[in-house]
Design a protein around this ligand. Structure first.
Ligand code: ADP
Ligand code: FDM
Ligand code: MG
Length: 215
C-alpha cells in the first residue's frame, strides 16, 4: 500500500443563513494560524472567477438563470477549484471552507422543482474532494431572525430557509459535527477549536487520504 503523506485538513462550515458561519470560519483560521498551523479561509461560491461572477449576478438578482443551469454553475465553481484545493491540502495547508456542496444540494432541492430532487442535485458534485469534517451550525429560522434582517440576496426569505434547513438535516452524515449555534460566539468557537484540532492532527498523521463525495 502506498505510504500516505501528512496533509492539511479540509474543514467545511454549513448551516442556516446568519448561523454564524462566516464569523466562526474567520475566527478559526486566525486561531489556527496563531497556533502555527498553515491555514486558509475559502468560501463557496467563489465569486471571483468568471463562473463565480455569473453566480454573483444571479444571487444579487442582476440576472435570472434557469434553476438547473445555475445549480450546475455552483457545482462547476467547485470543480474549477478542485485542483488548487487538493494541491493546498497536499502541501500541508488546512482549508476552512465557508459552504460547499451540501449548500449546493440543500438550496436547489429546497426549491421542490420537478426533476430536481436530491439525487439529481447530488450528481454533479459526485467525485469532488470530500471534507474531513463538516461543522454544521444549527440554528432555527426563528433564532436566526432575532439576529436582524436579511440582506438583499435571492434565497433570503424565512419560508425558503426553513426548507433549506430540512434538506440539510436530511443530509447529515458521519463526518458532521452538529454545533448549537445559539450559544455565544466565544462558546461556539471554543468547541470548534477543539474539534478542529483533532481533525488537523489526524490529517497531519498522514493515515487519512482525501475522500470523494458522495462515497
Ligand atoms: P452566516 O455567515 O452564517 O450567515 P454570520 O457569521 O455572517 O453568519 O453572522 C450573522 C450575524 O449574526 C452577524 O451580525 C454576526 O455578528 C451575528 N452572530 C454571529 N454569531 C452569533 C452568535 N453566536 N450570537 C449572536 N449573534 C451572532
Ligand atoms: N448557494 C451556495 C447555493 O445556492 N448553492 C451552492 O452550491 C452554494 C455554495 O448561495 F444563499 C447559496 C447559499 C446562499 C448563497 O451566500 C451564498 P453567502 O452569504 O455567500 O454564503
Ligand atoms: Mg456568511
Amino acid at each position: 500500500m502506498a505510504q500516505q503523506q501528512a496533509r492539511g485538513a479540509f474543514i467545511v462550515f454549513e448551516g442556516a443563513d446568519r448561523a454564524g458561519k462566516s464569523t466562526q470560519c474567520q475566527m478559526l483560521v486566525e486561531h489556527l494560524q496563531a497556533q502555527g498551523v498553515a491555514a486558509e479561509l475559502w468560501r463557496f461560491p467563489d465569486r471571483t472567477t468568471p463562473i463565480g461572477k455569473m453566480i454573483n449576478s444571479y444571487l444579487t438578482s442582476q440576472s435570472d438563470i434557469d434553476d438547473a443551469a445555475v445549480h450546475l454553475l455552483f457545482s462547476a465553481n467547485r470543480w474549477e477549484k478542485r485542483e488548487e484545493l487538493l494541491r493546498k491540502l497536499h502541501e500541508g495547508t488546512t482549508l476552512v471552507v465557508d459552504r460547499y456542496a451540501y449548500s449546493g444540494v440543500a438550496f436547489t432541492a429546497a426549491k421542490g422543482l420537478p426533476g430536481l430532487d436530491r439525487a439529481w442535485c447530488m450528481a454533479p458534485d459526485a467525485g469532488l474532494p470530500a471534507p474531513d469534517a463538516v461543522f454544521f451550525l444549527c440554528l432555527t429560522v426563528e433564532q436566526a431572525a432575532a439576529r436582524g434582517g436579511y440582506g438583499e440576496e435571492r434565497y433570503e426569505k424565512d419560508e425558503f430557509q426553513r426548507k433549506v434547513l430540512d434538506q440539510f438535516h436530511a443530509m447529515r452524515g458521519s463526518s458532521w459535527r452538529v454545533v448549537d449555534a445559539s450559544q455565544s460566539i466565544d462558546a461556539i468557537q471554543q468547541q470548534l477549536r477543539e474539534q478542529a484540532a483533532a481533525v488537523v492532527a489526524r490529517c497531519q498523521r498522514g493515515t487519512s487520504p482525501v475522500g470523494k463525495l458522495w462515497e
